[in-house]
Design a protein around this ligand. Sequence first.
Ligand code: HEM
Length: 125
Amino acid sequence: MSSSDSLYSRLGGYDGISAVVDDLIPRLIEDEQLGRFWAHRGDDGLQREKQLLVDFLCHASGGPMYYTGRSMTLAHRGMRISESDWDRFVSHVQSTLAAFEVSTDERADVLAFIASTKDEIVEAE
Ligand code: HEM
C-alpha cells in the first residue's frame, strides 16, 4: 500500500469503510445532543441511511461505487444542524478513527473530506 493508492484502498476498501460506519453510527445515535436527529427512526430507515453513508464515502474516496443518495445539501436541509452539532459529529469521527487505529495520513484525509462537506450541512448557529 503506498500513499498514491486511493483513500478507499488505504482505508481497507468497502469492508474497512463499512466497519468504520458501523462503529460511528451508534456513537452518533447515543450522543445526548445528536441523538434527537435519529429519534423515532425505524430499523430499516437506519439501515438504509447507513448503506447510503457507506456508498457515499466509498464513492468519494475513490471506490467503484455509484452513490444513489441525495446531495449533502438536500439530505440535511431543514434539520438545523448547528456548529456545536458539527463539532460533536467530528469528535465522534475522530474517536472511531482512533478505535480502528487508522494511521495519521489517512485520518487527516478522512477529516479533510468530512470538513469539505460542512458548508452543505451546517445551517444554524
Ligand atoms: C452533525 C452532523 C450530521 C447530522 C446530525 C446528520 C444527520 C443525518 C440524518 C438524520 C440523516 C437521515 C435523513 C433522512 O433520512 O431524511 C442523514 C442522511 C445522510 N447523511 Fe448525514 N448528518 C450529519 C453529517 C453528515 C456528514 C458529515 C456526512 C458525509 C460526510 C453525511 C452523510 C449523509 C448521507 C450520505 C445521508 C443519506 C442521504 C440520503 O438519504 O439520500 N452526514 N444525516
